[in-house]
Design a binder for this molecule. Structure first.
Ligand SMILES: Nc1ncnc2c1ncn2[C@@H]1O[C@H](COP(=O)(O)OP(=O)(O)OP(=O)(O)O)[C@@H](O)[C@H]1O
Ligand SMILES: CC(=O)N[C@H]1[C@@H]2OC[C@@H](O2)[C@@H](O)[C@@H]1O[C@H](C)C(=O)O
Length: 397
């Protein structure tokens, strides 16, 4: 047997694998690095989060990514250069994390790298009947594998599209394996740049599970915090709390066909951009509102669209436990608004289930890699989620 395949075969055969999950999301705040020990597969998956760090993206890295991020027109050279450049940086930061955690690269079996989404264009966005759902993640896995010496799985989203999905949200696969609980209907709500949730039925039926993006989480808040206050985000909703909601603008913001789409639906900053907000301002004659009122209104926009989406699936006779994760879980105003709009829900954090909210998405890719190597495939029935394994293999040598 070829040496690379033998190594992979041995990893698949281990009772416990050590896998690093990497996620850098739409907020461009940094690279989440989660080292997990994982055993089993499917519903028998057991994960211990051994170490977690977010390596903040330096300003110059953010600036380079922003030249192409969610933009219709870009320099092809820039995109081409970013692909290996960012991968080499990710590899460097992984090695730094391992050194900090006193773990040798040889003690890690696999890396599961999400990469950086630069453009996400489901049919509902591009509306070109001759073209399929499409999404593009850069950060090539070969570079990570060669620079770290660790077998790497990457580019998880293409197969999902090939099998009929939109390439996202993939959270459902990990949420189902890790967080399903007999007897409790659970909603795993992640509030990153974009917000999404997974519904996990308490009867554990895979066919009843589903996932969807709801719309903006922090992406618009971050964009306007940067523009008005020259900060990365509205920390603890300090600015939003000083403003008043502008109802006319809020109504205009919610007036978009995306919010009437069936689940599962996906989106990104390609739609929810500053242009989107400016156009809503024009339509509602609110171009003169204050920066504080803008942040207040955008926080309500995220909260309302999250709760509207949740309301579509809630049954009055059922009890649900909601587990929040992602950076938006640290935004006290956003969380208070969700609580106020849906008082019947019990809100918890994924930390209460053993996985810190900031680490959850990186852990998700650990599970996807584990499924690709050691899983059998889960049939999600008509949920819109194909029963596939995902991730492309890169060997270091
Ligand atoms: N204390 C805080 N107060 C308010 N907002 C916060 C706080 N801490 C984090 N955030 C928000 O969380 C964001 C980062 O969230 P996260 O890392 O979950 O996003 P992401 O993974 O990049 O997005 P996505 O899941 O859409 O890909 C920050 O940009 C900020 O808006
Ligand atoms: C195309 C893309 O990168 N989508 C992300 C983004 O960030 C949140 C939301 O939009 C979700 O759909 C997805 O990420 C998570 C990890 C997912 O696939 O479940």
């Amino acid at each position: 047997m070829n040496g690379n395949l033998r190594r992979l075969f041995n990893i698949a055969d281990k009772p416990v694998r050590r896998i690093i999950g990497l996620m850098s999301g739409t907020s461009l705040d940094g690279l989440d690095v989660a080292l997990c020990a994982i055993s089993g597969s499917g519903m028998d998956t057991r994960v211990t989060l051994e170490h977690f760090d977010t390596v903040p993206y330096p300003v110059e890295v953010k600036a380079e990514i922003r030249k192409v991020f969610a933009k219709d027109t870009i320099s092809f050279q820039q995109l081409c250069l970013l692909h290996p450049w960012l991968a080499a940086l990710h590899a460097k930061w992984i090695l730094q994390c391992l050194s900090k955690w006193c773990v040798a690269p040889s003690e890690v079996d696999l890396i599961a790298s999400h990469g950086q989404t630069v453009y996400h264009s489901p049919k509902i966005l591009h509306q070109l009947p001759d073209f399929p759902n499409a999404t593009l993640q850069i950060v090539d896995g070969d570079h990570i594998a060669v620079h770290t010496g660790i077998i790497t799985l990457s580019d998880f989203r293409q197969k999902h599209i090939a099998a009929g999905g939109e390439g996202a949200p993939l959270a459902l696969y990990g949420d189902y394996c890790l967080f399903s609980q007999k007897g409790e209907d659970r909603i795993m709500l992640n509030m990153g740049g974009i917000a999404n949730f997974t519904f996990l039925p308490g009867d554990l039926q895979a066919t009843g599970v589903f996932v969807t993006d709801t719309g903006p989480g922090n992406t618009l808040l971050d964009a306007f915090a940067r523009e008005y206050f020259q900060v990365d985000y509205d920390k603890d909703a300090l600015f939003a709390r000083q403003g008043q909601v502008n109802e006319a603008l809020l109504t205009a913001l919610k007036d978009n066909p995306f919010f009437n789409e069936q689940f599962p639906r996906t989106t990104g900053p390609e739609l929810f951009s500053k242009t989107y907000v400016r156009q809503a301002q024009e339509r509602s004659n609110t171009t003169a509102i204050s920066s504080y009122d803008m942040l207040a209104t955008l926080t309500h926009f995220s909260a309302d669209t999250i709760t509207d989406a949740l309301q579509r699936i809630l049954k009055p006779d059922k009890n649900y436990a909601v587990y929040v994760s992602g950076g938006g879980a640290h935004n006290p105003l956003l969380v208070d608004l969700i609580r106020a709009r849906l008082p019947q829900l019990r809100l918890h954090t994924t930390g209460e289930l053993g996985i810190a909210g900031d680490a959850k998405e990186a852990v998700l890719f650990v599970i996807l890699a584990n499924e690709a190597i050691a899983g059998e495939g889960i049939d999600f029935g008509k949920s819109g989620m194909p029963a596939i394994t995902m991730g492309k293999l890169s060997f270091p040598a």
